[in-house]
Design a protein around this ligand. Structure first.
Ligand SMILES: *[C@@H]1O[C@H](CO)[C@@H](O)[C@H](O)[C@H]1NC(C)=O
Ligand SMILES: *[C@@H]1O[C@H](CO)[C@@H](O)[C@H](O)[C@H]1NC(C)=O
Ligand SMILES: *[C@@H]1O[C@H](CO)[C@@H](O)[C@H](O)[C@H]1NC(C)=O
Ligand SMILES: *[C@@H]1O[C@H](CO)[C@@H](O)[C@H](O)[C@H]1NC(C)=O
Ligand SMILES: *[C@@H]1O[C@H](CO)[C@@H](O)[C@H](O)[C@H]1NC(C)=O
Ligand SMILES: *[C@@H]1O[C@H](CO)[C@@H](O)[C@H](O)[C@H]1NC(C)=O
Ligand SMILES: *[C@@H]1O[C@H](CO)[C@@H](O)[C@H](O)[C@H]1NC(C)=O
Ligand SMILES: *[C@@H]1O[C@H](CO)[C@@H](O)[C@H](O)[C@H]1NC(C)=O
Ligand SMILES: *[C@@H]1O[C@H](CO)[C@@H](O)[C@H](O)[C@H]1NC(C)=O
Ligand SMILES: CC(=O)N[C@H]1CO[C@H](CO)[C@@H](O)[C@@H]1O
Length: 461
């Protein structure tokens, strides 16, 4: 008995030491210790460390081949630059999102004041109803015809993924726009055009199978339409030189008035989703998908580049998101049962950023786009109360983060800011003040006043 116990204790100690050493090796040389995984499981150590398979990335895919990049025909600032700021607006959540549309519209108009007189920047909205608010804002349902038309707000009807039920998609979306058509008929002068997305006859921008798959897998993922509208809506904005794809909770800053991407780059903001765990996992997933990988990370959700680049990135981002949702997240994760437990390591809420990470790495590594990760160009925080960024003069837009500090979109929507705040921030020398002024002015002006402000003050109209 005694001897057995002793041997048992000794071997237990032995195994423990073995286990510790293995954990040490794993954590230090995690990339090439595949053999050890089985033993680890026997040790009953936590197996999470070895849960990602160790795949060595193909080196040749990591180096970009500059010589096969598509030729760059750089747009000159002296030419009549045509741009669009593109958003998707969920019409069925108007109470929450319309205040953001108001301030984004207000800041677009503010930016127009500084735009060169030959340039045009339209505000393009994809949404499923031409509600009266957009009419009051002076939005039209026309595609841009030429370079002289003034900068204007354009609304294109778009069927959100979650509404793509059988009865809506039947007969090539035949009845999908009945409601919107009825609303538009009631505006007596809106008679001559009807621009709606998807355009089911256009194979470049509509893929019925994928549309169905998006409905099956991602209809409850809130941000899917802001990417899908860029893919399916491409034909409505391909005539611009540049598009800015953005969330709604942003402010266009004055610097945007004169800034365009140089050297045909596709600029993204910065994004904070890239832990080492994620970077490794995403690289392994890229390999599974047959995607190339360029080892770039930290790309945010705002895009500024050519419409075609946006279309390519949207297409592959959708592909990446579908893959991830189906194969890399378990049902409880997709149903948000874990909340933010796993953040920042692996979190379903930022699926869009993961999908986009896969897409951008693939497109960069295969020389289809040139990227610039514009951490200091896009998405300044609305809480920034320094004047530094003004002197540097590079931030193009401000983005609301999840915060209660000024300017907070939550506090604003709860009515915590009023005229006294506006007076305080009239001299808007900081990102914080600019956001506060734009938001409050958009709240106190009527929609017609904002539209007139744009018409009366824009040098290019
Ligand atoms: C880059 O691509 C060109 C054309 O496909 C090819 O001739 C060249 O060898 C490639 N260079 C490298 C370094 O892969
Ligand atoms: C569409 O817009 C019209 C006009 O504003 C409004 O009366 C109607 O309720 C809206 N429909 C939906 C489904 O939001
Ligand atoms: C389509 O069907 C859904 C339920 O499947 C229903 O909620 C919706 O009202 C229908 N839409 C139309 C236009 O008939
Ligand atoms: C649309 O209505 C306007 C006046 O409201 C009219 O000038 C125009 O000719 C009409 N267009 C069509 C295609 O009927
Ligand atoms: C554009 O590319 C050229 C040549 O590759 C380079 O010299 C220049 O610095 C680049 N400009 C910018 C703004 O990146
Ligand atoms: C869109 O993405 C799919 C899936 O990755 C790819 O097969 C297809 O070639 C892409 N289309 C374009 C125009 O790049
Ligand atoms: C405006 O808000 C401040 C607090 O931020 C409050 O003290 C003040 O009474 C408010 N004024 C009005 C007119 O509501
Ligand atoms: C903008 O237009 C409004 C009238 O719509 C006018 O009252 C205001 O002074 C103008 N502002 C500038 C800066 O031109
Ligand atoms: C804006 O300009 C138009 C003429 O272009 C004028 O009729 C209108 O009164 C102006 N609006 C305001 C608020 O000044
Ligand atoms: C997606 C892609 O370009 N993959 C390539 C990575 O490199 C290997 C080896 O050179 C190629 O076979 C793959 O096609």
């Amino acid at each position: 008995m005694r001897r057995i116990t002793l041997r048992w204790i000794l071997s237990a100690i032995g195994i423990s030491i073995c286990c510790l050493i293995l954990v040490f090796i794993i954590s230090n040389f995690g990339d090439n210790t595949r053999i050890i995984e089985q033993k680890l499981v026997k040790c009953d150590c936590s197996s999470t460390q070895s849960s990602f398979s160790q795949i060595t990335p193909t080196k040749s895919n990591l180096t970009r081949n500059e010589s096969i990049l598509k030729p760059c025909k750089e747009i000159q600032k002296s030419s009549p630059v045509q741009r669009a700021i593109v958003i998707y607006y969920p019409h069925h959540q108007s109470e929450y999102f319309f205040p953001e549309v108001r301030w984004l519209y207000r800041s677009w108009v503010e930016m127009l004041l500084g735009q060169p007189s030959t340039w045009r920047t339209d505000f393009v909205i994809f949404t499923y109803n031409f509600s009266i608010e957009f009419r009051q804002l002076g939005c039209v349902n026309h595609i841009r015809q030429d370079k002289e038309e003034p900068s204007i707000c354009r609304l294109f009807l778009y069927v959100p993924v979650q509404f793509r039920t059988k009865n809506i998609t039947n007969n090539n979306f035949q009845h999908a726009f009945d409601d919107a058509k009825r609303v538009m008929k009631s505006y007596k002068d809106m008679n001559d055009s009807f621009i709606s997305v998807p355009l089911v006859t256009d194979t470049e921008t509509f893929d019925a199978k994928r549309s169905e798959s998006l409905y099956e897998n991602l209809r409850s993922y809130g941000y899917i339409d802001s990417i899908n509208a860029i893919y399916e809506g491409y034909w409505t904005f391909k005539m611009y030189d540049f598009i800015l794809r953005t969330d709604i909770d942003v402010f266009i800053y004055r610097h945007f008035a004169t800034y365009i991407p140089s050297n045909c780059t596709f600029i993204t903001g910065g994004g904070g989703y890239g832990t080492d765990f994620n970077r490794r996992k995403l690289r392994r997933i890229a390999n599974d998908m047959g995607f190339a990988h360029a080892s770039i990370s930290g790309m945010g959700s705002t895009w500024y580049g050519s419409p075609y680049d946006g279309y390519l990135v949207a297409n592959q981002t959708l592909h990446g998101m579908l893959w991830l949702a189906q194969y890399e997240f378990a049902i409880p994760e997709r149903e948000s049962k874990l909340g933010t437990l796993m953040w920042p390591e692996w979190h379903y809420g930022v699926l869009l950023l993961y999908g986009q990470h896969l897409a951008l790495n693939h497109l960069v590594a295969t020389n289809q786009i040139r990227i610039l990760i514009g951490t200091y160009i896009l998405d300044q925080s609305t809480t920034d109360n320094t004047v530094q960024y003004i002197t540097e003069g590079t931030r193009l837009n401000l983005h609301c983060w999840h915060t209660d500090q000024r300017f907070s979109k939550f506090a604003f929507k709860m009515g915590h800011y009023n005229q006294s705040e506006l007076a305080k921030h009239k001299n808007d020398k900081t990102a914080q003040s600019y956001a506060m002024r734009m938001a409050l002015e958009s709240k106190y002006m009527t929609l017609e006043e904002m539209a007139a402000y744009g018409r009366n003050n824009s040098s290019s109209s």
